[in-house]
Write a protein that binds this ligand. Structure first.
Ligand code: IMP
Length: 427
Protein backbone atom coordinates (compact mmCIF):
# COMPACT_ATOMS: atom_id res chain seq x y z
CA UNK A 1 0.00 0.00 0.00
CA UNK A 2 1.90 3.02 -1.19
CA UNK A 3 1.41 6.24 -3.07
CA UNK A 4 4.51 7.70 -4.65
CA UNK A 5 4.23 11.14 -6.20
CA UNK A 6 6.74 11.93 -8.93
CA UNK A 7 7.20 15.64 -9.50
CA UNK A 8 9.37 17.81 -11.71
CA UNK A 9 11.43 19.89 -9.29
CA UNK A 10 12.42 22.65 -11.75
CA UNK A 11 10.68 24.27 -14.74
CA UNK A 12 9.54 21.03 -16.34
CA UNK A 13 11.28 18.81 -18.91
CA UNK A 14 13.29 17.06 -16.20
CA UNK A 15 12.74 13.66 -17.83
CA UNK A 16 9.69 12.52 -15.85
CA UNK A 17 8.41 10.23 -18.62
CA UNK A 18 11.38 7.90 -18.42
CA UNK A 19 11.33 7.86 -14.61
CA UNK A 20 7.60 7.16 -14.38
CA UNK A 21 8.06 4.40 -16.94
CA UNK A 22 10.76 2.90 -14.68
CA UNK A 23 8.67 3.05 -11.47
CA UNK A 24 5.58 1.86 -13.35
CA UNK A 25 7.09 -1.60 -13.58
CA UNK A 26 6.16 -2.06 -9.91
CA UNK A 27 2.97 0.00 -9.90
CA UNK A 28 -0.63 -1.16 -10.13
CA UNK A 29 -2.02 2.28 -10.96
CA UNK A 30 -0.31 5.26 -12.65
CA UNK A 31 -2.24 8.53 -12.54
CA UNK A 32 -1.84 11.99 -14.07
CA UNK A 33 -3.23 14.67 -11.74
CA UNK A 34 -2.89 18.09 -13.44
CA UNK A 35 -2.10 19.91 -16.65
CA UNK A 36 -3.08 18.57 -20.03
CA UNK A 37 -1.61 18.09 -23.47
CA UNK A 38 0.92 20.87 -22.71
CA UNK A 39 3.07 18.06 -21.25
CA UNK A 40 5.35 15.96 -23.41
CA UNK A 41 6.66 12.88 -21.61
CA UNK A 42 9.23 11.03 -23.66
CA UNK A 43 10.04 7.34 -23.27
CA UNK A 44 12.57 5.54 -25.45
CA UNK A 45 12.16 1.77 -25.69
CA UNK A 46 14.67 0.12 -28.01
CA UNK A 47 14.65 2.15 -31.19
CA UNK A 48 11.12 3.43 -30.64
CA UNK A 49 10.37 6.83 -29.09
CA UNK A 50 6.99 7.52 -27.45
CA UNK A 51 5.95 11.07 -26.61
CA UNK A 52 2.89 11.06 -24.37
CA UNK A 53 0.96 14.25 -23.75
CA UNK A 54 -2.08 13.12 -21.77
CA UNK A 55 -1.96 9.40 -21.11
CA UNK A 56 0.19 8.47 -18.10
CA UNK A 57 3.66 7.18 -18.86
CA UNK A 58 2.77 3.86 -17.18
CA UNK A 59 0.74 2.79 -20.22
CA UNK A 60 3.72 0.98 -21.74
CA UNK A 61 3.60 -1.61 -18.93
CA UNK A 62 0.78 -4.14 -19.40
CA UNK A 63 0.37 -4.60 -15.64
CA UNK A 64 -0.72 -1.04 -14.90
CA UNK A 65 -4.08 0.70 -15.00
CA UNK A 66 -3.69 4.34 -16.03
CA UNK A 67 -5.84 7.13 -14.68
CA UNK A 68 -6.39 10.64 -15.99
CA UNK A 69 -7.55 12.38 -12.83
CA UNK A 70 -10.04 15.15 -12.17
CA UNK A 71 -7.30 17.79 -12.02
CA UNK A 72 -6.34 17.28 -15.67
CA UNK A 73 -7.87 19.31 -18.51
CA UNK A 74 -8.57 17.08 -21.49
CA UNK A 75 -8.54 17.91 -25.16
CA UNK A 76 -10.61 14.96 -26.45
CA UNK A 77 -9.19 15.21 -29.96
CA UNK A 78 -5.62 15.05 -28.64
CA UNK A 79 -6.58 12.16 -26.38
CA UNK A 80 -8.15 10.11 -29.17
CA UNK A 81 -5.14 10.75 -31.37
CA UNK A 82 -2.84 9.51 -28.62
CA UNK A 83 -4.97 6.40 -28.04
CA UNK A 84 -4.91 5.58 -31.76
CA UNK A 85 -1.16 6.11 -31.93
CA UNK A 86 -0.53 3.78 -29.00
CA UNK A 87 -2.83 1.15 -30.50
CA UNK A 88 -0.95 1.39 -33.79
CA UNK A 89 2.24 0.58 -31.83
CA UNK A 90 0.51 -2.51 -30.44
CA UNK A 91 -0.02 -1.08 -26.92
CA UNK A 92 -3.20 -2.49 -25.44
CA UNK A 93 -5.44 0.19 -23.92
CA UNK A 94 -8.67 -1.73 -23.34
CA UNK A 95 -9.54 -1.89 -19.65
CA UNK A 96 -6.36 -0.04 -18.78
CA UNK A 97 -7.35 3.60 -19.14
CA UNK A 98 -9.74 5.39 -16.79
CA UNK A 99 -10.74 9.00 -17.26
CA UNK A 100 -12.28 11.03 -14.48
CA UNK A 101 -15.89 12.11 -14.75
CA UNK A 102 -14.82 15.34 -13.12
CA UNK A 103 -11.99 16.35 -15.45
CA UNK A 104 -12.67 19.46 -17.51
CA UNK A 105 -12.67 19.57 -21.29
CA UNK A 106 -10.54 21.74 -23.50
CA UNK A 107 -12.63 23.24 -26.25
CA UNK A 108 -11.46 24.69 -29.58
CA UNK A 109 -12.27 28.17 -28.20
CA UNK A 110 -9.84 27.59 -25.32
CA UNK A 111 -7.03 26.93 -27.77
CA UNK A 112 -7.91 29.98 -29.84
CA UNK A 113 -8.17 32.14 -26.73
CA UNK A 114 -4.79 30.85 -25.52
CA UNK A 115 -3.22 31.93 -28.79
CA UNK A 116 -4.98 35.31 -28.85
CA UNK A 117 -4.14 36.26 -25.25
CA UNK A 118 -0.56 35.14 -25.79
CA UNK A 119 -0.14 38.02 -28.25
CA UNK A 120 -0.38 40.45 -25.32
CA UNK A 121 0.62 38.42 -22.28
CA UNK A 122 3.69 36.78 -23.81
CA UNK A 123 3.99 33.99 -21.24
CA UNK A 124 5.22 31.66 -23.96
CA UNK A 125 2.40 29.14 -23.40
CA UNK A 126 2.18 25.92 -25.38
CA UNK A 127 -1.01 27.20 -27.05
CA UNK A 128 -2.90 24.06 -26.03
CA UNK A 129 -5.77 25.94 -24.35
CA UNK A 130 -4.68 25.01 -20.83
CA UNK A 131 -5.06 28.40 -19.13
CA UNK A 132 -8.45 29.28 -20.68
CA UNK A 133 -9.86 25.86 -19.77
CA UNK A 134 -8.82 26.31 -16.13
CA UNK A 135 -10.29 29.84 -16.23
CA UNK A 136 -13.69 28.34 -17.12
CA UNK A 137 -13.25 25.67 -14.46
CA UNK A 138 -12.64 28.24 -11.71
CA UNK A 139 -15.32 30.50 -13.15
CA UNK A 140 -17.69 27.53 -12.71
CA UNK A 141 -18.65 27.64 -16.36
CA UNK A 142 -16.49 24.75 -17.64
CA UNK A 143 -17.73 21.67 -19.44
CA UNK A 144 -16.68 18.40 -17.82
CA UNK A 145 -16.18 14.87 -19.05
CA UNK A 146 -19.38 13.79 -17.26
CA UNK A 147 -21.29 16.29 -19.40
CA UNK A 148 -20.40 14.27 -22.49
CA UNK A 149 -22.77 11.59 -21.22
CA UNK A 150 -25.89 13.78 -21.41
CA UNK A 151 -26.20 14.75 -25.06
CA UNK A 152 -29.12 17.15 -24.64
CA UNK A 153 -27.47 19.15 -21.88
CA UNK A 154 -24.10 18.97 -23.61
CA UNK A 155 -25.50 20.51 -26.75
CA UNK A 156 -26.98 23.37 -24.71
CA UNK A 157 -23.71 23.93 -22.88
CA UNK A 158 -21.72 23.84 -26.10
CA UNK A 159 -23.94 26.30 -27.91
CA UNK A 160 -23.92 28.73 -25.00
CA UNK A 161 -20.15 28.40 -24.48
CA UNK A 162 -19.35 28.95 -28.16
CA UNK A 163 -21.81 31.86 -28.39
CA UNK A 164 -20.17 33.65 -25.46
CA UNK A 165 -16.65 33.07 -26.72
CA UNK A 166 -17.51 34.07 -30.30
CA UNK A 167 -18.89 37.31 -28.94
CA UNK A 168 -15.64 37.89 -27.17
CA UNK A 169 -13.47 37.00 -30.16
CA UNK A 170 -15.39 39.44 -32.29
CA UNK A 171 -15.55 42.35 -29.83
CA UNK A 172 -12.18 42.09 -28.11
CA UNK A 173 -9.91 40.54 -30.71
CA UNK A 174 -11.65 41.27 -33.98
CA UNK A 175 -11.01 37.60 -34.72
CA UNK A 176 -13.18 35.33 -36.91
CA UNK A 177 -15.88 33.34 -35.12
CA UNK A 178 -15.69 29.60 -34.62
CA UNK A 179 -18.07 27.31 -36.51
CA UNK A 180 -20.74 26.35 -33.94
CA UNK A 181 -22.22 23.41 -35.86
CA UNK A 182 -18.84 21.86 -36.57
CA UNK A 183 -17.80 21.96 -32.91
CA UNK A 184 -21.17 20.68 -31.66
CA UNK A 185 -21.06 17.74 -34.08
CA UNK A 186 -17.47 16.94 -33.14
CA UNK A 187 -18.06 17.04 -29.37
CA UNK A 188 -21.34 15.14 -29.49
CA UNK A 189 -19.37 12.34 -31.05
CA UNK A 190 -16.79 12.14 -28.27
CA UNK A 191 -19.17 10.45 -25.81
CA UNK A 192 -19.15 7.27 -27.86
CA UNK A 193 -15.43 7.38 -28.51
CA UNK A 194 -14.62 7.91 -24.84
CA UNK A 195 -17.43 5.95 -23.22
CA UNK A 196 -15.27 2.91 -22.39
CA UNK A 197 -12.85 5.01 -20.41
CA UNK A 198 -15.04 7.45 -18.47
CA UNK A 199 -15.49 6.55 -14.82
CA UNK A 200 -15.42 7.70 -11.21
CA UNK A 201 -11.65 7.64 -10.85
CA UNK A 202 -11.77 9.15 -7.34
CA UNK A 203 -13.52 6.05 -5.99
CA UNK A 204 -11.39 3.76 -8.15
CA UNK A 205 -8.08 5.17 -6.91
CA UNK A 206 -9.19 5.29 -3.27
CA UNK A 207 -10.35 1.68 -3.40
CA UNK A 208 -7.09 0.69 -5.07
CA UNK A 209 -5.11 2.48 -2.36
CA UNK A 210 -7.12 1.03 0.52
CA UNK A 211 -6.87 -2.47 -0.87
CA UNK A 212 -3.07 -2.26 -0.81
CA UNK A 213 -2.28 -1.43 -4.42
CA UNK A 214 0.83 0.51 -5.42
CA UNK A 215 -0.03 3.88 -6.87
CA UNK A 216 2.18 6.23 -8.81
CA UNK A 217 1.03 9.83 -9.25
CA UNK A 218 2.70 11.43 -12.25
CA UNK A 219 3.17 15.19 -12.13
CA UNK A 220 3.51 17.18 -15.34
CA UNK A 221 5.48 20.43 -15.87
CA UNK A 222 7.51 21.41 -12.79
CA UNK A 223 7.21 22.95 -9.33
CA UNK A 224 8.59 26.32 -10.46
CA UNK A 225 5.71 26.53 -12.96
CA UNK A 226 3.12 25.99 -10.21
CA UNK A 227 0.25 28.49 -10.32
CA UNK A 228 0.69 29.35 -6.62
CA UNK A 229 4.34 28.67 -5.90
CA UNK A 230 6.01 29.16 -9.27
CA UNK A 231 7.50 32.23 -10.92
CA UNK A 232 4.10 33.91 -11.36
CA UNK A 233 2.82 35.05 -13.84
CA UNK A 234 5.22 32.96 -15.94
CA UNK A 235 3.66 29.71 -14.81
CA UNK A 236 1.19 27.11 -15.97
CA UNK A 237 -2.41 27.20 -14.69
CA UNK A 238 -2.35 24.13 -12.45
CA UNK A 239 -0.52 22.68 -9.43
CA UNK A 240 2.39 20.46 -10.51
CA UNK A 241 3.64 20.36 -6.90
CA UNK A 242 3.13 17.22 -4.80
CA UNK A 243 0.07 18.72 -3.08
CA UNK A 244 -1.64 18.87 -6.47
CA UNK A 245 -1.74 15.07 -6.47
CA UNK A 246 -4.29 15.11 -3.62
CA UNK A 247 -6.70 17.60 -5.14
CA UNK A 248 -6.08 16.36 -8.68
CA UNK A 249 -6.94 12.75 -7.85
CA UNK A 250 -9.11 12.99 -4.75
CA UNK A 251 -6.58 11.13 -2.61
CA UNK A 252 -6.16 12.25 1.02
CA UNK A 253 -2.78 13.81 1.95
CA UNK A 254 -2.28 10.99 4.47
CA UNK A 255 -2.15 8.51 1.58
CA UNK A 256 1.12 9.87 0.20
CA UNK A 257 4.06 7.75 1.27
CA UNK A 258 6.87 9.16 -0.84
CA UNK A 259 7.66 12.21 -2.94
CA UNK A 260 10.27 11.64 -5.63
CA UNK A 261 11.72 14.82 -7.09
CA UNK A 262 13.04 14.66 -10.62
CA UNK A 263 15.98 17.01 -10.97
CA UNK A 264 17.79 17.64 -14.24
CA UNK A 265 21.57 17.94 -13.67
CA UNK A 266 21.41 21.48 -15.11
CA UNK A 267 18.48 23.84 -15.67
CA UNK A 268 16.19 24.51 -18.60
CA UNK A 269 13.11 26.58 -19.16
CA UNK A 270 10.75 27.02 -22.14
CA UNK A 271 8.75 30.15 -22.62
CA UNK A 272 9.24 33.48 -20.92
CA UNK A 273 10.01 34.28 -17.29
CA UNK A 274 12.96 34.76 -14.95
CA UNK A 275 15.77 32.23 -15.10
CA UNK A 276 18.64 33.41 -12.87
CA UNK A 277 21.26 30.87 -14.03
CA UNK A 278 20.48 31.12 -17.75
CA UNK A 279 23.53 30.96 -20.03
CA UNK A 280 23.09 32.96 -23.20
CA UNK A 281 26.52 31.98 -24.48
CA UNK A 282 28.44 29.05 -25.94
CA UNK A 283 28.10 27.01 -22.76
CA UNK A 284 24.31 27.40 -22.92
CA UNK A 285 24.38 26.31 -26.56
CA UNK A 286 26.56 23.34 -25.69
CA UNK A 287 24.06 22.22 -23.04
CA UNK A 288 21.19 22.63 -25.53
CA UNK A 289 22.98 20.62 -28.20
CA UNK A 290 24.24 17.83 -25.93
CA UNK A 291 20.95 17.61 -24.04
CA UNK A 292 18.80 17.85 -27.21
CA UNK A 293 16.90 20.60 -25.42
CA UNK A 294 13.98 21.18 -27.74
CA UNK A 295 10.36 21.03 -26.49
CA UNK A 296 8.67 17.62 -26.82
CA UNK A 297 5.29 19.33 -27.38
CA UNK A 298 6.15 22.49 -29.30
CA UNK A 299 9.67 21.81 -30.62
CA UNK A 300 10.81 25.17 -29.22
CA UNK A 301 14.49 25.45 -28.22
CA UNK A 302 14.76 25.39 -24.44
CA UNK A 303 16.70 28.04 -22.56
CA UNK A 304 19.63 26.39 -20.74
CA UNK A 305 21.73 27.23 -17.69
CA UNK A 306 23.63 25.87 -14.69
CA UNK A 307 21.93 23.96 -11.92
CA UNK A 308 20.17 26.32 -9.51
CA UNK A 309 20.42 24.74 -6.07
CA UNK A 310 18.86 27.76 -4.38
CA UNK A 311 15.68 27.34 -6.43
CA UNK A 312 15.88 23.59 -5.85
CA UNK A 313 16.01 24.03 -2.09
CA UNK A 314 12.80 26.04 -2.35
CA UNK A 315 11.28 23.35 -4.56
CA UNK A 316 12.23 20.65 -2.02
CA UNK A 317 10.58 22.71 0.72
CA UNK A 318 7.22 23.09 -1.02
CA UNK A 319 7.13 19.52 -2.33
CA UNK A 320 8.60 17.63 0.63
CA UNK A 321 11.04 15.78 -1.60
CA UNK A 322 12.11 12.47 0.01
CA UNK A 323 14.46 11.30 -2.72
CA UNK A 324 15.93 12.60 -5.95
CA UNK A 325 16.24 11.13 -9.40
CA UNK A 326 19.05 13.09 -11.07
CA UNK A 327 18.48 13.02 -14.81
CA UNK A 328 20.62 13.82 -17.84
CA UNK A 329 23.83 13.66 -15.83
CA UNK A 330 25.59 12.35 -18.95
CA UNK A 331 25.07 15.74 -20.62
CA UNK A 332 27.72 17.10 -18.25
CA UNK A 333 30.27 14.38 -19.11
CA UNK A 334 32.36 16.70 -21.21
CA UNK A 335 32.83 19.87 -19.14
CA UNK A 336 36.13 20.96 -17.54
CA UNK A 337 34.27 22.85 -14.85
CA UNK A 338 30.65 22.86 -13.77
CA UNK A 339 29.00 25.68 -11.86
CA UNK A 340 26.15 25.42 -9.39
CA UNK A 341 24.20 28.33 -7.96
CA UNK A 342 23.93 28.21 -4.17
CA UNK A 343 22.27 31.56 -3.48
CA UNK A 344 21.24 34.92 -4.91
CA UNK A 345 22.46 38.43 -4.22
CA UNK A 346 20.22 41.46 -4.62
CA UNK A 347 22.05 44.79 -4.54
CA UNK A 348 25.11 42.96 -3.22
CA UNK A 349 23.24 41.35 -0.31
CA UNK A 350 22.27 37.66 -0.19
CA UNK A 351 18.55 36.97 -0.13
CA UNK A 352 17.21 34.59 2.50
CA UNK A 353 14.27 33.13 0.60
CA UNK A 354 13.45 32.37 -3.02
CA UNK A 355 11.88 35.66 -4.23
CA UNK A 356 8.14 35.60 -4.90
CA UNK A 357 8.08 38.42 -7.41
CA UNK A 358 9.47 38.24 -10.89
CA UNK A 359 10.80 41.79 -10.72
CA UNK A 360 13.27 40.73 -8.02
CA UNK A 361 13.99 37.37 -9.64
CA UNK A 362 14.88 39.10 -12.90
CA UNK A 363 17.61 41.11 -11.22
CA UNK A 364 19.14 38.65 -8.74
CA UNK A 365 22.82 37.84 -9.19
CA UNK A 366 23.45 34.13 -8.78
CA UNK A 367 26.20 33.12 -6.34
CA UNK A 368 28.13 30.32 -8.01
CA UNK A 369 30.40 27.57 -6.78
CA UNK A 370 32.65 25.99 -9.39
CA UNK A 371 33.12 22.24 -9.25
CA UNK A 372 35.54 20.16 -11.35
CA UNK A 373 34.03 18.24 -14.26
CA UNK A 374 34.61 14.50 -14.63
CA UNK A 375 35.45 14.11 -18.33
CA UNK A 376 34.26 10.55 -18.21
CA UNK A 377 31.54 8.70 -20.05
CA UNK A 378 29.02 7.43 -17.53
CA UNK A 379 27.74 4.01 -18.59
CA UNK A 380 24.73 1.91 -17.66
CA UNK A 381 25.65 -1.13 -15.63
CA UNK A 382 27.96 0.94 -13.45
CA UNK A 383 27.22 1.36 -9.79
CA UNK A 384 27.58 4.44 -7.61
CA UNK A 385 30.95 2.97 -6.43
CA UNK A 386 32.32 3.12 -9.98
CA UNK A 387 31.64 6.83 -10.42
CA UNK A 388 34.57 9.24 -10.67
CA UNK A 389 35.12 11.21 -7.47
CA UNK A 390 34.16 14.45 -9.29
CA UNK A 391 30.77 12.98 -10.20
CA UNK A 392 30.22 11.87 -6.63
CA UNK A 393 31.18 15.37 -5.45
CA UNK A 394 28.59 16.88 -7.75
CA UNK A 395 25.91 14.52 -6.47
CA UNK A 396 26.92 15.08 -2.85
CA UNK A 397 26.68 18.84 -3.33
CA UNK A 398 23.11 18.44 -4.57
CA UNK A 399 22.19 16.19 -1.65
CA UNK A 400 23.67 18.61 0.86
CA UNK A 401 21.88 21.64 -0.53
CA UNK A 402 18.55 19.94 -1.13
CA UNK A 403 18.56 17.74 1.96
CA UNK A 404 17.46 14.56 0.19
CA UNK A 405 19.38 11.58 -1.17
CA UNK A 406 20.01 11.04 -4.87
CA UNK A 407 18.89 7.44 -5.49
CA UNK A 408 18.88 7.18 -9.29
CA UNK A 409 21.02 8.69 -12.01
CA UNK A 410 19.75 9.14 -15.56
CA UNK A 411 22.64 8.77 -17.98
CA UNK A 412 20.89 8.56 -21.36
CA UNK A 413 17.44 8.52 -22.94
CA UNK A 414 17.03 4.72 -23.07
CA UNK A 415 14.97 2.75 -20.60
CA UNK A 416 18.06 0.99 -19.22
CA UNK A 417 20.30 4.02 -19.07
CA UNK A 418 19.89 4.51 -15.38
CA UNK A 419 22.19 3.87 -12.43
CA UNK A 420 20.47 2.81 -9.23
CA UNK A 421 22.20 3.26 -5.92
CA UNK A 422 22.69 5.14 -2.76
CA UNK A 423 25.66 7.41 -2.32
CA UNK A 424 25.20 7.39 1.46
CA UNK A 425 26.19 3.74 1.43
CA UNK A 426 29.13 4.29 -0.90
CA UNK A 427 30.67 7.05 1.20
P1 IMP B 1 0.78 26.55 -20.65
O1 IMP B 1 0.90 25.45 -19.63
O2 IMP B 1 0.68 26.06 -22.05
O3 IMP B 1 -0.28 27.55 -20.27
O4 IMP B 1 2.18 27.39 -20.61
C1 IMP B 1 2.57 28.16 -19.47
C2 IMP B 1 4.07 28.05 -19.25
O5 IMP B 1 4.41 26.73 -18.85
C3 IMP B 1 4.91 28.33 -20.50
O6 IMP B 1 6.11 28.95 -20.10
C4 IMP B 1 5.22 26.95 -21.04
O7 IMP B 1 6.40 26.92 -21.82
C5 IMP B 1 5.38 26.18 -19.74
N1 IMP B 1 5.08 24.75 -19.89
C6 IMP B 1 3.87 24.18 -20.04
N2 IMP B 1 3.99 22.85 -20.14
C7 IMP B 1 5.29 22.57 -20.03
C8 IMP B 1 6.03 21.36 -20.03
O8 IMP B 1 5.50 20.25 -20.11
N3 IMP B 1 7.38 21.48 -19.89
C9 IMP B 1 7.99 22.70 -19.73
N4 IMP B 1 7.33 23.85 -19.72
C10 IMP B 1 5.99 23.79 -19.87
Amino acid sequence: MSVRVVIGAQWGDEGKGKVVDMFAEEADVVARYQGGANAGHTIVVGDRKYVLHLIPSGILHDNTVCVIGNGVVIDPAALMEEIELLKSFGVSIEGRLKISHKAHLIMPYHKLLDQLTEREQKIGTTGRGIGPSYIDKYNRSGIRIVDLLDRVRLEEQLREGIRQKNDWFRKVYDAPELDVEKIVAEYLDFDQQMDDYITDTTSFINEAWRSGKTILAEGAQGALLDIDHGTYPFVTSSSPTSGGACTGLGLPPTAITKVTGIVKAYCTRVGAGPFPTELEDETGEKLRALGAEFGATTGRPRRCGWLDLFALRYSAMINGIDEIVLTKLDVLNDFEEIKVCTGYNVNGEPVKYFPSDCGTLEKVEPIYETLPGWNYELRSGESFDDLPSETRNYIRKIEEEVGAPVRYLGIGPGRDEIIVGDLEKVG
